[in-house]
Design a protein around this ligand. Structure first.
Ligand code: BTN
Length: 256
C-alpha cells in the first residue's frame, strides 16, 4: 500500500473538507461500518475512512463487495446534511456524478456513465459502486455515510465479475496512483454533494442527463420492462412500458 498513505493523499488533496481528516487502514471489515461508528463518536463532516482491503465489504441489496488488497479504493465519507430523510435519495446520484467526473479528469479518453441508481460504468462494465447509508432520529438526519468502491489497478476479476466489472487500469491501459485517484474522487464528489445540498437535485439531474447509462435503450427493472427515458425531477427512473410511463424509485436496472 505504498501509494495509499496519508502523506501521499495530503500531497494531492484539493477538496475543501472531504479527506482533511482521515484514517487509512491496512484492513477492515467494512469502511462504511467504521465511518458510521466514527460519526457517532463525533468526527467532523468530511472525515474519510479508507482501507487497503475489506474482509466484509458491503454492496447494495445486501450483496458483498469484492475487496482484495493492494489494487482498488474502498472509502467512506462522513457527511452531515441538514436535509429531510425523504429528500436524500438523489444524493447517491450526486456521488455517482462526482465519481464519473473524477474518472473523466483522471483519464480524459474514457467516457464514464452513471448507471442508475448507484453504479459508474465504463462501456458496459461497472468500475464503481456507491452505498449511501443514512441514520436519522425522527425528522433529523444525524449523519450520512457515503461509501465508494472503485476499481483502480485491478487486472483480474473472478466469477460473474469477470463479465461485468472493470478498473481504470483495464480501461485506460495504465496504472494509477491510488492516493491521487482518491484525492480526485474526494474533490469531485464534494463539489456535487455541496451543490446538491445548496440547490437540491435539479443541477445534479441536469448534468446527469447526457451521462446516464442505457438512456434510450430497452431495459428491465425487476419486473418492469421498457425503454429507459431518463430521470424524473425526484431522481426516479422513467421507463416507458407498452402501456404507461413508470417512475421507479428503487430496483435493479439491467439492459435487455
Ligand atoms: C454497490 O454497487 O453495490 C455498492 C458498493 C459499495 C462498496 C463500498 S467499498 C467502501 C464502502 N464499504 C463497504 O462495505 N461498502 C462501500
Amino acid at each position: 500500500m505504498d501509494d495509499l498513505t496519508t502523506s501521499n493523499l495530503t500531497a494531492h488533496l484539493r477538496a475543501k473538507v472531504y479527506g482533511r481528516s482521515n484514517v487509512i487502514l491496512a484492513e477492515t471489515a467494512s469502511t462504511n461500518d467504521d465511518a458510521r461508528r466514527a460519526a457517532v463518536d463525533g468526527v467532523p463532516r468530511g472525515f474519510v475512512v479508507v482501507a487497503d482491503a475489506q474482509s466484509r465489504g458491503r454492496g447494495a441489496h445486501g450483496r458483498t463487495w469484492s475487496s482484495p488488497r493492494g489494487t482498488d479504493l474502498y472509502l467512506s465519507i462522513v457527511e452531515r446534511l441538514s436535509i429531510e430523510p425523504a429528500r436524500v435519495a438523489p444524493l447517491t446520484l450526486a456521488v455517482g456524478l462526482g465519481v464519473s467526473d473524477a474518472v473523466r479528469a483522471l483519464a480524459p479518453e474514457l467516457d464514464p456513465r452513471v448507471k442508475w441508481p448507484n453504479d459508474v460504468w465504463i462501456g458496459r462494465r461497472k468500475c464503481a459502486g456507491i452505498l449511501c447509508e443514512a441514520s436519522s432520529t425522527g425528522a433529523r438526519m444525524d449523519a450520512i455515510v457515503i461509501g465508494i468502491g472503485l476499481g483502480v489497478n485491478r487486472t483480474e476479476y473472478e466469477g460473474e465479475l469477470a463479465e461485468s466489472a472493470t478498473s481504470l487500469r483495464l480501461a485506460a491501459a495504465r496504472t494509477f496512483d491510488r492516493a491521487a485517484v482518491l484525492a480526485t474522487v474526494l474533490e469531485h464528489v464534494e463539489r456535487w454533494v455541496d451543490r446538491f445540498a445548496a440547490e437540491g437535485p435539479a443541477p445534479v439531474l441536469d448534468a446527469l442527463a447526457p451521462r446516464l447509462a442505457l438512456r434510450g435503450e430497452r431495459v428491465r427493472v425487476d419486473d418492469v420492462e421498457g425503454e429507459l427515458l431518463g430521470l424524473a425531477p425526484s431522481g426516479a427512473l422513467r421507463v416507458a412500458t407498452a402501456t404507461a410511463v413508470r417512475e421507479l424509485v428503487a430496483g435493479t436496472l439491467r439492459p435487455i
